[in-house]
Design a protein around this ligand. Structure first.
Ligand code: PA5
Length: 411
């Protein structure tokens, strides 16, 4: 992975950067995600290798941090990896979506992964109850949840297999735990490659590698300018990164949008996920000429490993577009990325940076995920929020439960 920053980096914060780095090192003792690249995944791999050969669909019942990470990686790798099994997600209580998703699977050839860290999320349990009413053989279910959660107790009761999410790994930081790795491994994706990518960023950051200075500088920029540039856009030039953008939106928004610690102020950076070239024909105008409140990170894929080429055909009245003839699509999309980047660079005061990942592979997505997790932790420290809690999400869950209890009382 390469990352170039095109904004002013204050030279005066050497001591502050040192302190930030020390703080993150201290967090390593209590925040579990930092060490996930080094975990032992043998139990996941063994489970995956002994898995029933008749199963064609791995079906995730989960929401938020319990589905977005696996989905981001699966959807990134899917177009170029012929997976052993399809990964399908039930992430909503929308009845139309439930019925539609159900129509895409054959229940007798499906294995259901019920993923919920708390084990009590209404959306997940509601969908699980529905699926369980259609298929109640415990062998068709595996549960991923916190140790001793109500869901683990239920799974034990029906004698189903359980994997745990480490207690100190938060929901939206859990993609590299069993919550993300188990579904991916069951589809046949090489999860070690993903961890290797994450490890490369981890080593580079914690062992004074090239990414350390970049991440510290970038975090300082975001934090120092968080009132002026409060919207953080990712402009990813590949459809494969669509769900990575969704994952980023949750990670960034839910981690940084908070009341500051010991303060009356509410802060946060608003995440926006854009996909090029599509969003050149939509959001770009706002980015280029709109209010100067947005930063943009361009993400490019260096090698698409694809030679699909625009044919050498000249069409009447469209001769002026013969300039695209014989150009490979991978070249075209990256040229579009460069052109948009240059156009933005020529404008005044739009902070930009560019990340280039090597290819559409597990290593690259592992790098990208760990990079963004680290960046989130760094910015969280600097804007003085508790990066790892989500009081407002919890409040919504409590209000919903109260409403449901009231409804039950009226029946
Ligand atoms: O980041 C978080 O903690 C949340 O967004 C959770 O991932 C989400 O609410 C789902 O919770 P759970 O995994 O407990 O079902």
């Amino acid at each position: 992975m390469k990352n170039r920053l095109y904004f002013d980096i204050s030279k005066n914060n050497i001591e502050a950067k040192k302190k930030l780095f020390e703080n993150i090192k201290i967090e390593q003792d209590s925040i579990g995600y930092y060490n996930l690249p080094n975990q032992d995944i043998s139990s996941i791999l063994e489970y995956a290798s002994s898995f029933d050969g008749n199963i064609e669909y791995i079906v995730v019942l989960g929401i938020g941090g319990s589905s977005l990470g696996a989905k981001a990686i699966y959807e990134f790798l899917k177009p170029i990896n012929c997976t052993k099994r399809k990964l399908i997600f039930f992430e909503s209580t929308d009845p139309i979506s439930i019925a539609h998703t159900l129509s895409q699977i054959d229940i007798s050839k499906s294995h259901f992964l019920v993923i919920s860290k708390s084990g009590t999320t209404i959306e997940t349990i509601a969908v699980f109850k529905y699926i369980y009413s259609l298929q109640n053989n415990h062998e068709y279910f595996t549960f991923v949840t916190d140790k001793d959660s109500p869901l683990e107790k239920f799974a034990d009761e029906i004698k189903a297999k359980v994997f745990n999410i480490p207690a100190n790994v938060g929901g939206r930081f859990s993609v590299l735990s069993a919550a993300g790795l188990l579904p991916l491994a069951l589809t046949g994706i090489d999860i070690q490659a993903i961890l290797d990518g994450a490890k490369e960023i981890e080593m580079s950051f914690f062992n004074d590698g090239y990414i350390k200075e970049i991440l510290l500088n970038k975090a300082f920029f975001y934090a120092k300018n968080h009132t002026a540039y409060h919207i953080s856009c990712i402009f990813a030039y590949s459809e494969t990164l669509r769900y990575f953008c969704e994952w980023f939106v949750q990670l960034w928004g839910e981690s940084l949008g908070k009341k500051q610690l010991n303060s009356a102020f509410n802060v946060g950076l608003t995440p926006v996920g854009l996909i090029g070239p599509k969003d050149q024909h939509s959001f770009l105008q706002l980015l280029m000429e709109g209010t100067r409140d947005k930063t943009a990170t361009f993400i490019k894929i260096a090698d698409f490993k694809d030679e699909l080429t625009i044919p050498n055909i000249s069409l009447p009245y469209l001769e002026s577009l013969d300039i695209i003839n014989k150009i490979e699509f991978h070249k075209l999309i990256n040229m579009q990325c460069d052109a948009t980047f240059e156009a933005l660079k020529a404008q005044d005061s739009i902070p930009l940076d560019e990340i280039t990942i090597k290819a559409v592979d597990g290593h690259s997505i592992g790098e990208l995920i760990y990079y963004y997790e680290l960046l989130t932790s760094l910015v969280g420290q600097l804007i003085n929020v508790d990066t790892y809690n989500q009081p407002s999400v919890e409040l919504g869950k409590i209000i919903l439960k109260n409403k449901l209890q009231k409804l039950k009382g009226q029946q």
